[in-house]
Ligand binder design. Structure first.
Ligand code: SAH
Length: 275
């Protein structure tokens, strides 16, 4: 899969693109990442790409001409890229979006800076879509572009050596991942759960499924609310989880549910199961 990243800081990407998973995927030809220096598309003798905002106010604005020229040059090369502008005003990046984007042959990621890009890029429909990392403001699109690149790449076949590790990740099933442990067996008085040494694959699978559902109930009741149990086993675990949480609430102060809305929400999120 090919990525073109439009940025005024191509050097920003040097180390992330040469290390670890991304570095290996690029070396192995699974990913091709081209850095496009926006300044190369400036008509200005000093390669200036920003200017003061009309109407006044703080900060600078990335000017329309170099941004249009860069994106149009990318569109002129086959295969046509899906052009994404990184922006806090875009659609929120999540696992489903990353998987969907991995189905594209080529993605162009355009990084804003300063106060953003001249609004006419949007008005003219220069971008196919806008993606946001979340409701906070970064100083530029580069960190967001890297996040998109890494999240999308994990769904490109071969990039993650063991495909099973991607399908077991958080959010793949609408649940969080189960916890992981490694050596040493005991650390600071904390033992690794005994079942993981049993060598009994079915017991281990059941233990992990239970922890996965428990952790999701506790930390992300919003996810659990959308989750459809996959088996009778899931339904049994969920019933138990709901029981555990209810107990936890009554063991705490009587008004625990009102002071801990997360716990209350977790309980109401657990699907009701006939006993
Ligand atoms: N004034 C703009 C923010 C500009 S921040 C606003 O409030 O909407 C400068 C650039 O950083 C943006 O153009 C965008 O490319 C990038 N950026 C900032 N926050 C981001 C986020 N949450 N997700 C993706 N890109 C972001």
């Amino acid at each position: 899969m090919r990525f073109d990243i439009v940025t005024i800081f191509p050097g920003f990407f040097a180390s992330p693109l040469s290390e670890s998973l991304l570095g290996r995927a690029i070396d192995g030809g699974l990913l091709e990442v081209r850095l496009v220096d926006l300044r190369a598309f400036s008509d200005d003798p000093h390669r200036k790409v920003d200017d003061e905002p009309y109407g006044g106010g703080p900060g600078m604005v990335l000017a329309a001409p170099p941004v249009f020229a860069a994106v149009e040059a990318l569109r002129a090369e086959p295969p046509p890229p899906h052009v994404v502008f990184l922006s806090p005003q875009g659609r929120r990046l999540d696992a489903a979006v990353a998987r969907e984007l991995a189905g594209r042959q080529r993605l162009a990621l355009v990084c804003g800076r300063y106060e953003g890009i001249d609004e006419r890029a949007r008005e003219a429909g220069l971008f196919d879509e806008e993606l946001s990392l979340g409701d906070f403001v970064l100083s530029g699109g580069e960190v967001a572009a890297l996040a998109v690149l890494e999240a999308v790449s994990r769904f490109v076949p071969g990039v993650v050596g063991d495909a099973g590790s991607v399908t077991a990740d958080s959010f793949e099933e609408g649940l969080l991942d189960h916890p992981h442990y490694t050596r040493p067996r005991e650390f600071r008085g904390l033992p690794v759960p005994e079942v993981l040494f049993s060598g009994h694959h079915e017991k281990i699978r059941r233990f992990r499924r239970e922890r996965q559902l428990q952790e999701t109930a506790r930390r992300r009741p919003d996810l659990l609310q959308k989750f459809t149990p996959k088996s009778d086993e899931d339904r049994r675990i969920l019933a138990r989880v709901a029981g555990d949480l209810a107990e936890a609430i009554s063991a705490a102060s009587p008004d625990a549910a009102s002071t801990n809305p997360d716990l209350a929400e977790a309980i109401s999120a657990v699907p009701k199961v006939p006993q």
